[in-house]
Design a protein around this ligand. Sequence first.
Ligand code: AOF
Ligand code: ZN
Length: 357
Amino acid sequence: MRRALALAASVEGTTSPNPHVGCVLVKDGRVVAEGATEPPPGRHAEAVALANAGDAARGADACVTLEPCSHTGRTPPCADALIAAGVARVIVAIADPDAKVAGSGIARLRDAGVQVETGDGEAGAARLLEAYIKHRTTGLPFIIAKFAATLDGKIAAASGDSRWVAGDAARAWAHEFRTKVDAIMCGVNNVLLDDPQLTARPGGAIAGKQPLRVIADSRGRTPLTAKALGAGGRTLIATTGASPAAWRDDIAARGAEVAVLPAGEDGRVDLRALVRMLGERDVLSLLAEGGGVLHGSLFAAALVDKVHAIIAPKIVGGSLYPAVAGEGAARMADAIALRDVETLSLGDDVAFIGYVR
Ligand code: AOF
Ligand code: ZN
């Protein structure tokens, strides 16, 4: 199963809106074949492994990181393929939360006399598929709030200059991570201040598959010259009725999509409505990259699932440009505490990765 999980991890970011799954066929203690999910509309992990195995699949054990499917979607059901190939036993890490499957894959295998065991590798598979599970169970994307801040929590110096808070290693890591998500979001202040491209550039080169770029811009202040409207992927600007109609037309003429959404009490885009819309469009994972105002609103709306905080050993001082703005917690006991925190050394910087309780 450890090998199956590694196979699944190796295709993370290439299979959405399908889950990334790994499958290993084992016979007499030896691996006979393996497979991982192909990009849609490609084959599922089991189909790849079975094709690689040929006749050797007969009597083998199949280790899969997700329950084999039982429905005909873009591809035929994997449960049927495993049965037809004569697999003796299937070891499943986690059940598929997708309503189209939800236990029926395991039931179909058992009905056909195939032995099924569940639970091995459960924690690892659930972690690997955390975005997929959130999306299929709630309809909402899994939201990661990312920021790079100084020791005193600033994302920019007093003038607004932010190049750069973190060092090369941390920025390279962040670009690598962008390749794994379906969408990247920032607020218009970020666009005005930093003019980010919002593209994934692992190793400095533009990735072949780019996340959807989302800009929250209630009043229509994104300049037509913004780099985030340029080459590198699709862009969606989420705005409200307060933005000028002429600006919306101009943005659309630049090739970006404008979505007019309800405004919250503060006049800003209703973020819950925005993320719901993104979920409906098969955005499973959303990386929110700030600035502080957007992060403040996301935390206030309890929309954040995970935090990537990169902390650079520098101090800016003053009270401007906090990583997370808004009203803030009144008491330390009310602060948002992360659980299952991991730290990562990135040059002189440290990344804190954890889940919101
Ligand atoms: C598996 N193995 O490797 C994957 C599965 O549209 P389709 O036919 O590609 O089906 C998509 C659904 O199949 C997806 O929502 C999930 O339930 C399952 N994904 N199942 O047996 C795999 N990727
Ligand atoms: Zn399948």
